[in-house]
Write a protein of this length. Sequence first.
Length: 189
Amino acid sequence: MKKLNILILILLFATYSLSAQSLETINLTDAVTGKVINIQSQVKGKGLILIFHSLACPFAKMYESRLVALRTKYQSQGFTFILVNPEVSTNEDDKTAMRNYIDQSDINTPYLIDEKQALTKHFNVTKIPEVIFLSPEGKVNYRGALDNNPQAETAVSAHYLDRAIDSILKGEAPTPEQARAVGCNVKTY
């Protein structure tokens, strides 16, 4: 019986290992340029900041000006910002809506289509917006909410992502490393 249990555990582990996807194998289409982008190739400079986003989520709209400010403040310091939409397909209507959003919002970042939710599932993202901040080595430095008040920018008292980026710039580990994201639930397919 003990040997059977061990065999079952080995088979389960092997099955899980084979189904797990690494960043090197995740390629997503940029709705802005139409190019296919390998996620691992974007982990460079001082870090990659993935913001899971959806045009249908009102919480994402509430964070728009804060996203522009964050990108403006930190992109020139070596951080890459990318929006990821796990709720659209690569059809032309979805791409056009995403391109129009980038043009009108002044966010000016790639907007990737995670049609099969490979990246979303890789990081177990459940909310929109939710941030994953990766170090150049691919380690998650921070994950969660941008700040502590999605509804009122003027009432924000904890700038979680700002604090995490500033910590990395000082050579320190971000604290907290995680803050619960608040927003729309990711629609899983």
